[in-house]
Design a protein around this ligand. Structure first.
Ligand code: SAM
Ligand code: SF4
Length: 328
C-alpha cells in the first residue's frame, strides 16, 4: 500500500481541513480588519470532492481530521461534512476548532455527526478585551461552550493565544475558568502568519516565561497520559485538579521533527507546512476527474514537497497567507 511518508520519514496521518476561509470574528492576529478577499464559492471543494480526496487519503493512512477555517461553523453543510468523514473507514478521530459563536445551536448535531474532540478559541474572559481582540461578543462564546459541555463533548480544550500587553495577565483567570468547568487549557505563542500575524508578533511573549509565573502559584506536575497524544502541545497537570495545561511553543521551541500533518484549504490547495509556502493544488485534478491511481500519485508528489521545518524565527517575513486560510 502506498503511504503518506514525507522526505524526512515522517508519516502523515493527520489533516487539518479548512472548510471555509470566512469568519464572523476578526481576531487581529489572524485576519485583517475589513478583509474581504475570500475564495469564490465555486472554488470551494464540494462535499463530494472532499469525500473522494479524503477517502483516498484514508486509504493511504490518514487517521485524524480536524475541521477548521476561518470559522468552520459559518460553512453551510459543515455537519454533513463531519458526518461524511465520520462514515469513512480508517478515519478514527474527527476534531473541530471553532470560535464557538455559533456552537450553541449546533453542538448536539456536531456530536451526533461524529465530531469527538473540540477546541474553542478564547483569549480572555473580559468582555471588553474580548471585543478589542476579536470584534465579537464574549457571551456567545460562553453560551457555545456551555452547550458543548451539555452535549457531552469531553475533553473540551480552550486555545488561548497569549499576547504581551493584551491578555498576558488573563492566563490565571482563564485557567481558573477551565478548572471550574473541567476544560483543558492550551496556551499558544503568537506566530508571524501574514501581515496581521507579523504585527501581532510585537506582542509576542515566550510561554517559558508564563510557565514560570504559573509555577509560583500552582504546583505543575508532569503528565503521564496527555489528553492530546498527536499534537504539539506539551502538557502539565495542575496539582489537586483534573485540569491539564498545554504549551504550544512554535516560536520558542519548535516541534517540527514530529510533525504528522498537512493542511487542505477550502479551494483544494494542500499546504505542506504552516510556516512555509510549499503547496500543491488538488482542485484542478479533482475537477478533471483523474482516476484514483493518479490522485494517489499526486498525493505522494505533494507530500514529497513537505519541508523539514518552519522558519518563523529566522525568516518571519516568509508566510504571506493569513492563519484563517489554513486554520492553524
Ligand atoms: N476560527 C477557529 C478558531 O478560532 O478556533 C478556527 C481557525 S483559527 C485560525 C485556529 C487557531 O489559530 C485559533 O486558536 C487561533 O487563536 C490561532 N491563531 C490565529 N492566528 C494566529 C497567530 N498569528 N498566531 C498564533 N495563533 C493564531
Ligand atoms: Fe476567525 Fe478563528 Fe481567525 Fe479568530 S482565529 S479571526 S475566530 S479564524
Amino acid at each position: 500500500m502506498s503511504e503518506l511518508i514525507d522526505p524526512f520519514g515522517r508519516r502523515i496521518d493527520y489533516l487539518r481541513l479548512s472548510v471555509t476561509d470566512r469568519c464572523d470574528l476578526r481576531c487581529f492576529y489572524c485576519m485583517p480588519e475589513g478583509f474581504k478577499d475570500f475564495e469564490e464559492p465555486e472554488h470551494w471543494l464540494t462535499v463530494a470532492e472532499l469525500e473522494r480526496m479524503l477517502g483516498i487519503m484514508a486509504d493511504m493512512g490518514l487517521r485524524r481530521v480536524r475541521l477548521t477555517g476561518g470559522e468552520p461553523l459559518v460553512r453551510k453543510g459543515v455537519v454533513e461534512i463531519a458526518r461524511t468523514l465520520g462514515g469513512m473507514s480508517g478515519v478514527r478521530d474527527i476534531a473541530l476548532s471553532t470560535n464557538a459563536t455559533r456552537l450553541a445551536p449546533m453542538a448536539r448535531d456536531l456530536r451526533a455527526a461524529g465530531v469527538n474532540r473540540l477546541n474553542v478559541s478564547l483569549d480572555t474572559l473580559d468582555a471588553a478585551r474580548f471585543k478589542q481582540i476579536t470584534q465579537g461578543k464574549l457571551e456567545k462564546v460562553l453560551d457555545g461552550l456551555m452547550a458543548a459541555k451539555d452535549a457531552g463533548f469531553s475533553p473540551i480544550k480552550i486555545n488561548m493565544v497569549v499576547m504581551k500587553g493584551i491578555n498576558e495577565a488573563d492566563v490565571e483567570s482563564v485557567l481558573e475558568f477551565c478548572i471550574a468547568h473541567g476544560f483543558v487549557l492550551r496556551l499558544i505563542e503568537t506566530m508571524p502568519m501574514g501581515d496581521t500575524g507579523r504585527d501581532a508578533v510585537d506582542h509576542y511573549v515566550s510561554l517559558q516565561t508564563i510557565k514560570q509565573r504559573l509555577a509560583d502559584r500552582y504546583t505543575l506536575l508532569p503528565v503521564i497520559n496527555p489528553v492530546d497524544g498527536a499534537g504539539p502541545a506539551r502538557y502539565l497537570q495542575i496539582a489537586g485538579t483534573e485540569t491539564q495545561i498545554g504549551f504550544i511553543t512554535p516560536m520558542s521551541e519548535h516541534f517540527c521533527g514530529t510533525c504528522n500533518r498537512v493542511r487542505l484549504a477550502v479551494d483544494g490547495t494542500m499546504y505542506l507546512c504552516l510556516g512555509q509556502e510549499h503547496h500543491f493544488s488538488f482542485r484542478p485534478l479533482l475537477r478533471k476527474g483523474i482516476p484514483d491511481d493518479e490522485l494517489k500519485a499526486a498525493l505522494i508528489s505533494a507530500i514529497g514537497l513537505k519541508p523539514e521545518r518552519h522558519e518563523f524565527q529566522d525568516k518571519p517575513e516568509k508566510v504571506i497567507r493569513f492563519m484563517s486560510m489554513t486554520g492553524g
